[in-house]
Design a protein around this ligand. Structure first.
Ligand SMILES: Nc1ncnc2c1ncn2[C@@H]1O[C@H](COP(=O)(O)OP(=O)(O)OP(=O)(O)O)[C@@H](O)[C@H]1O
Ligand SMILES: O=C(O)c1ccc[n+]([C@@H]2O[C@H](COP(=O)([O-])O)[C@@H](O)[C@H]2O)c1
Length: 192
């Protein structure tokens, strides 16, 4: 099968993430999209980061009615911080029958040259890049690279940081989360 790997902190998963994964599942030749919940991203701090299993639970609730979107805890037993090249090596060995592509927002492409072994990732995998308004520039060698595929889809101005800050300020963010995720997050009093 062709699998799109959507790596993220998902703290929390929001409707932007779900829209992106669904868009790729509908508009590409990917059979499934796996949401790989990352315990600790190399460029992020642990502050205000929910427990791995709580973030996975939110991804599970967001995707349970989408048969081709799957949560993955594959990084939970890998060393932190989680370098994507290490996870890819592990996945290729474990699932040799599958082909893996990556999905990321444009902000991540802007810092892709800082990722561990990014040349090796590019050599072996297609990368689907979803448009996103963010600071910085995409390096010119990446803007016309044959393995980097720009996704032509509507921009969504939404982030987990914005959602966490709004909750802390006591504002209602319910429309920005998949309904089952909102119910769980509200019940658990997350990010307050
Ligand atoms: N609104 C969006 N548009 C396009 N890509 C997005 C959007 N939100 C997240 N992504 C992409 O989804 C992946 C996982 O994102 P992540 O879990 O870090 O969410 P985030 O909203 O960027 O979180 P935070 O605000 O905590 O940094 C990344 O590749 C990121 O670029
Ligand atoms: O491998 C790397 O060097 C690397 C550097 C930065 C980010 N990543 C991965 O990219 C994913 C999205 O990162 P973030 O910081 O936007 O949540 C997450 O799964 C990280 O592990 C990976």
């Amino acid at each position: 099968m062709k699998i799109g790997l959507y790596f993220g902190t998902f703290n929390p998963i929001h409707v932007g993430h779900l829209t992106i994964a669904n868009h790729l599942a509908e508009h590409s030749d990917m059979d499934q999209v796996w949401f790989v919940v990352t315990p600790l991203s190399p460029f992020k701090k642990k502050s205000s980061l929910l427990d791995n299993h709580q973030r996975l639970e939110m991804v599970y609730r967001a995707t349970k009615e989408y048969p081709n979107l799957r949560p993955s805890d594959i990084e939970f037993n890998l060393p932190e911080p989680n370098y994507t090249i290490n996870t890819l090596t592990y996945l290729i060995e474990k699932f040799s029958e599958h082909q893996f592509a990556l999905i990321m927002g444009e902000d991540n492409l802007k810092s892709f040259h800082k990722w561990k072994n990014y040349e090796l990732i590019l050599e072996n995998h297609n990368i689907y890049v979803y448009p996103r308004i963010s600071k910085g520039k995409v390096e010119s060698r990446f803007s016309s690279h044959p393995k980097i595929i720009k996704v032509d889809a509507p921009i969504m101005q939404l982030s987990s940081t914005f959602i966490r800050n709004e909750i802390k300020a006591g504002r209602n963010i319910r429309p920005m989360l998949p309904e089952h995720v909102w119910g769980y997050l509200d019940e658990m009093n997350f990010y307050k």
